[in-house]
Design a binder for this molecule. Structure first.
Ligand code: FES
Ligand SMILES: [Fe+2]
Length: 359
């Protein structure tokens, strides 16, 4: 990729001199094509909460920046992440989530085990090219971390326990593994995926769109980033007074967006970025709660209202930023010290673009 196509070539070497990203980072399909390989395929991407794959036969489909996969738990209890593209002509063998004894392609009814092996294929006995052993769904490297099942498409990323060790230490008292899915809210999001990550990485904007909500409880100007890693970001959001709970926002780069409350009601939120394209994605906001609270409808309803309200305040600024950075007159401005997470994210992207050769 030439320097003019690499929007991360000029990432600053200090937070004091750091700037926002240039416009092409948010609009150029060539940049996104490189990101698919260098950022997403090379990184760890969340596929499911492990608690959503509790029983043998449970499965959940996902789309990892253009690569359809399915997470399964097989009869022996083992977890798998498999390509979802049928070994016949590529039809996704399954959609959505559920429980099944096998994965049955709806096109010509090839049938796969939960471990990916091809079990049967109608009317293939005259094909000399057909070899049942060679037609398994490809397995994707996976690990469990923080209650999520993660996948790494290129198989070469650092183990999560190593890459995210300080983040795991920070989150350990909050016990994220224990949280289960209390509900999911879905939004079509017509902006680049990095606009969403950057919005999540700073609470500086509490003073703007969240002036009447989060700014009252967790003032944006009191927040602080506590990591200087380029693999993840941690942002502490203290309460406005002693009787108001604090929360922590964390992002495991590239795009695992996490929020956890501290104190008596240990809730979590996971922003899952799905079907990512150059200037759009589908956002699934997962509400996470301890099982005993996730089972109480009134609590879940209030939780849902709060999550929807906060995201409703973020939608106009995300849409607006996408419009602004798409115009010819946009030039990247300087970052505040309250946006340290953006600088860490940009360094992560720069490192991805600077390592290895173009694909
Ligand atoms: S594409 Fe799956 S059986 Fe034909
Ligand atoms: Fe926000």
């Amino acid at each position: 990729m030439t320097p003019t196509q690499n929007p991360y070539a000029a990432v600053a070497d200090s937070l004091q001199s750091a700037r926002a990203l240039p416009g092409p980072a948010y609009v150029d399909p060539a940049v996104f094509a490189e990101e698919r390989q260098r950022v997403f395929a090379a990184g760890w991407l969340p596929v499911a909460r492990v608690s959503d794959l509790a029983a043998p036969g449970d499965y959940r489909s996902a789309d990892l920046a253009g690569t359809p996969v399915v997470a399964t738990r097989d009869k022996a209890g083992d977890l798998h992440v498999l390509s979802r593209a049928c070994r016949h002509r590529g039809m996704p063998v399954v959609q959505g989530a559920g429980n099944a004894a096998s994965l049955n392609c709806p096109y010509h009814l090839w049938r796969y085990g939960l471990d990916g092996r091809l079990l049967s294929a109608p009317a293939m006995d005259q094909s000399t090219a057909f070899d049942v052993e060679a037609c398994a769904l490809p397995a994707v490297r996976h690990e469990v971390w923080g209650g999520w099942l993660f996948a790494n498409l290129d198989g070469a990323a650092l183990p999560l326990a190593e890459a995210l060790a300080p983040l795991a230490e920070r989150l350990a008292p909050l016990n994220p593994d224990r949280l289960v899915t209390a509900g999911v809210l879905t939004y079509e999001s017509p902006w680049n995926w990095k606009v969403m990550v950057e919005n999540f990485l700073e609470s500086y904007h509490h003073i703007g769109p969240h002036a009447a909500s989060l700014q009252q409880t967790n003032p944006g100007l009191s927040t602080r980033a506590t990591s200087d890693s380029d693999r993840f970001s941690i942002l502490e959001n203290p309460g406005a007074s002693d009787d108001i709970g604090s929360f922590v926002v964390a992002v495991a780069f590239p795009a695992t967006l996490m929020f956890f409350t501290e104190g008596v009601a240990p809730f979590g939120v996971w922003y899952e970025l799905c079907d990512i394209g150059p200037t759009r994605f589908t956002l699934n906001i997962h509400m996470l709660a301890p099982p005993e609270l996730a089972a109480v409808p009134e609590i879940v309803a209030e939780f849902r209202d709060q999550v929807a309200a906060v995201h409703g305040e973020d939608i106009p600024v995300c849409e607006g930023v996408q419009r602004g950075v798409s115009g010819d007159l946009y030039t990247p401005g300087p970052l505040s010290h309250l946006e340290a997470g953006l600088w860490a994210f940009h360094r992560h992207l720069a490192a991805c673009f600077n390592s290895g050769s173009s694909t």
